[in-house]
Design a protein around this ligand. Structure first.
Ligand SMILES: [Fe+2]
Length: 181
């Protein structure tokens, strides 16, 4: 099992991070450079089943035809944790990603993300460092994109704007996000 940890301090309340982590509707738009598609198969208040189609080599435009599909089980655990279990449809490994947040003060939150990678076959074990590296490059980019979106969500909250997943779906927030990018 390989483990990768990320820690960061964000200048907004923890509920913004949890809301963003659990929201699947921004994924296709905001993370379009690394994720081709995000289908919501089913969703309840704290559990969702998603199908991601991810670019394997997002940095290389000519390799954008190479994608992998992942079944994602996403669960909101209380008000401080979101857990993702990711199962590739064609590869023999499984991964878990846990986002934990800790409120340090009113507008200061510690973000702790831990990624667990478990290969099932010899060949996946051999390539696990490369798979993890590709995943970490994509995740670093997605965190930057999420930070911009979370700032926007926070501004919306401060201005009493109702920020619902539907807003993301209708591209209202997304369009605004692209203008600020
Ligand atoms: Fe995101």
């Amino acid at each position: 099992m390989k483990i990768h940890k990320t820690e960061k301090i964000f200048n907004f309340p923890k509920k913004i991070i949890i809301e963003n982590a659990f929201d699947p509707y921004h994924v296709e738009n905001v993370h379009k450079n690394t994720i081709k598609k995000c289908d919501v198969i089913t969703q309840s208040e704290n559990l969702s089943l998603l199908l991601y189609e991810v670019y394997v080599f997002p940095k290389f435009k000519f390799l954008r035809g190479i994608t992998q599909k992942f079944l994602i089980i996403k669960e909101m655990q209380g008000d401080s944790c979101v857990q993702f279990i990711s199962i590739p449809l064609k590869l023999k490994f499984v991964s878990k990603f846990i986002i934990d947040v800790e409120e340090l003060s009113k507008n200061e939150t510690k973000y702790k993300a831990t990624f667990f990678f478990q290969p099932f076959t010899y060949i996946n074990r051999v390539f696990s460092s490369l798979i993890l590296k590709l995943r970490n490059i994509g995740e670093e980019q997605r965190l930057k994109e999420d930070e911009n979106l979370m700032n926007l969500r926070y501004q919306s909250l401060l201005n009493n704007f109702v920020d619902k997943p539907k807003c993301i779906n209708k591209k209202m927030l997304i369009d605004e996000w692209f203008r600020t990018k």
